[in-house]
Design a protein around this ligand. Structure first.
Ligand code: ST9
Ligand code: ZN
Ligand code: ZN
Length: 332
């Protein structure tokens, strides 16, 4: 892509649904066509054994949790689903659409809820999550992408959390504009008390509530709504980085890897329309279709209805159609 095309691309991305040009911060996550991977041998892969051991134990615990499911009461199963949804929203509506992309605005009570929900998901604090995610969009499928899908399914799914980062991820991440995150009191508070908030929200509350309120055994409560639920949310999220960067169609931009993947859309409560999302990262619905198959979009719409959210950015139909004509894969 030439420099002129890159500029046109950037300007197109900066037009909101009503034709307004969005602020530069809204395009901080737009793909950087000028970045070139360094030539020569790649840096060695340094395995972080502590993470390998913890992730293995977590997944063994979750697998055991599957066998414990039949012994769980109905209320415990319902509680597990609720914990899944709360933690998922902390990631999708919180760390992703609000804090990484600034695709809508949220009032303080909603930001507090999303911050607490995000700690239940235990996926690194919001600041770290959003910084990594902005580098992912800007340097997608290169050495500077934390979960570069070119390195294969395993690496983009979980492997990237088991090894030291490529130096380019850190180098490029340090150059990002992150003032909006640094000045957000909820983000900074959550970062300051992250370990404690994870202990309480991800482990203690999901275990204690079923035991205290309806007499579930601590054993079942620990393995089902806690370990199994946590592991399912992690894997649903990771599928966006792995499966949705490999399998599915590309109606909006056939030149990029991210794809529309129905299975991921379902498991990640609306985040599998990944070809659309990488093409228009600032769209609050992360898809062309509003609430269709997209629980997170319904949630944000409902928050707007309650007056807790506003200024949802949406790409106009004309811009989407023009993009489909220009770069979409229209073969099927
Ligand atoms: C987890 C995260 O699972 C999942 C994120 C997924 C994202 C998905 C996105 C998809 C779209 C959204 C869809 C949502 C769907 C949700 C569905 C829900 C149903 N820029 O980190 P260190 C600095 S987490 C700038 O140690 P190493 C850093 O500040 C799971 N700087 O790197 C530090 O600086 P200083 C739980 C950066 O040593 C220095 O570099 N967590 C950046 O290479 C070293 O940082 C875990 O399992 C950056 N981007 O280690 C593992 N990055 O020294 C937690 C870093 O000055 N992580 N820096 O303080 C780790 O253990 C380590 O990070 C590591 C790398 C081993 C992975
Ligand atoms: Zn992606
Ligand atoms: Zn994104």
């Amino acid at each position: 892509m030439t420099e002129a095309e890159a500029l046109e691309n950037k300007q197109q991305q900066r037009k909101s649904s009503n034709g307004d040009v969005l602020p530069e911060s809204a395009t901080e996550d737009a793909f950087d066509h000028t970045y070139k991977e360094k030539e020569g041998p790649k840096p060695p892969r340094i395995i972080v054994w502590k993470n390998v051991i913890l992730m293995t134990l977590l997944h063994i615990g979750a697998l055991y949790g599957v066998f414990v499911v039949p012994s769980a009461s109905r209320l415990t199963l319902l509680w597990s689903v609720l914990c899944f949804l709360i933690s998922a929203l902390g990631v999708t509506a919180g760390a992703h659409r609000l804090w990484s992309h600034r695709s809508y605005k949220a009032a303080l009570p909603l930001r507090i809820f999303l911050g607490v929900a995000n700690s239940m998901a235990f996926q690194n604090d919001i600041f770290e999550w959003a910084r990594d995610h902005r580098v992912h969009h800007k340097y997608s499928e290169t050495d500077a992408d934390p979960h570069n899908a070119v390195r294969g399914f395993f690496f983009s799914h979980i492997g990237w959390l088991l090894v030291r980062k490529h130096p380019d991820v850190i180098e490029k991440g340090r150059k990002l504009e992150l003032t909006d995150l640094l000045t957000d009191k909820v983000v900074m508070f959550q970062r300051k008390y992250y370990k404690l908030s994870v202990l309480v929200m991800c482990f203690i509350i999901p275990t204690i509530v079923p035991w205290y309120l309806w007499g579930e055994s601590l054993w079942v409560a620990y393995f089902v709504p806690t370990l199994l639920r946590y592991t399912l949310v992690l894997n649903a999220t990771w599928l966006v980085n792995s499966a949705a960067h490999m399998w599915g169609n590309r109606p909006y931009d056939k030149n990029i890897n991210p794809r529309e993947n129905k299975f991921v859309t379902f498991s990640a409560i609306g985040e599998g329309f990944h070809n659309y999302h990488h093409t228009f990262p600032y769209d609050y619905a992360t898809s062309e279709f509003g609430c269709k198959l997209n629980l997170t979009t319904c949630f944000i719409d409902f928050m707007c209805f309650l007056g807790l959210a506003k200024d949802r950015k949406k790409v106009s139909r004309e811009l989407v159609l023009a993009r489909i004509q220009r770069t979409g894969d229209r073969s099927g």
